[in-house]
Ligand binder design. Structure first.
Ligand SMILES: *Cc1c(COP(=O)(O)O)cnc(C)c1O
Length: 221
């Protein structure tokens, strides 16, 4: 299935009005789908798998801003460190250390978001509040990394009140640190729940299915 440009324009108008950034999640989709959206003017794309991202980045225009939104393993940071624009799912001290190290090698500062566990499900990644506080305090040890804000995923449920409550919790944490830590990005919301996320204060949404159609195989995690 090709890119739905009509849905893209509609979504963009809706988000622009509220000052919300759209990251087009292109995981599992072919490079030509990304190119179609690129030609419509889009520059922010999100991918979940390191190998897939590295391959696509090599094939596509260099001015694309690549967001890594999956669960990043420390031993794979090196493959995306030269070019990644923003790493969304940072959830351990080990990963912070490795990102800083690889960024140093490439003489750059890598922007990151700390992932907070807000869902009811055990399986979703992310820090709890104590780990978040500790990670924010350790920042000075990592001069080649900049924590720009927070990212989170709500429970996978049709219960919109539960989803709203989880996003509200993340937004409150974001505001708690916003001034002191100079946070600028609150990444929350996907195709199924972005309206709730935006209503609760998100300023960046990660959207795949609405733009590219359903994925042929499920995300690997
Ligand atoms: C796949 C994915 C998305 C996009 O999901 P859609 O439901 O297709 O919009 C957003 N965020 C993360 C972390 C993802 O893995």
């Amino acid at each position: 299935m090709a890119v739905n440009l009509e849905a893209y324009q509609k979504l963009l108008r809706e988000l622009d009005e509220k000052g919300v950034t759209l990251v087009a999640v292109s995981k599992t989709k072919p490079a030509e789908d990304i190119r179609a959206l690129y030609e419509a003017g889009h520059r922010d794309f999100g991918e979940n798998y390191v190998q897939e991202l590295a391959t696509k980045a090599g094939e596509l225009p260099a001015d694309i801003r690549w967001h890594f939104i999956g669960h990043l393993q420390s031993n794979k940071v090196k493959y995306i460190a030269p070019f990644v624009h923003l790493v969304h799912g940072v959830d351990s001290e080990k990963l912070l250390r490795e990102i800083n190290k690889q960024a140093q090698k490439h003489n750059r500062v890598i922007d990151c978001l700390l992932q907070v566990h807000i869902a009811r499900e055990e399986t979703k990644f992310g820090m709890d509040e104590t780990e978040l506080e500790a990670a924010l305090q350790s920042q000075e040890a990592y001069p080649n990394l900049r924590v720009c804000g927070l990212m989170g995923m709500a429970s996978f449920t049709g219960n919109t009140e539960v989803v709203a409550k989880e996003f509200r919790h993340l937004a409150a944490l974001f505001r708690k640190y916003e001034a002191k830590k100079r946070f600028t990005v609150l990444s929350m919301g996907m195709s199924s729940d972005y309206k709730i996320a935006v209503a609760e204060g998100s300023n960046l949404v990660r959207i795949g299915s609405i733009l590219f159609g359903e994925r042929q195989y499920p995300p690997l995690g």
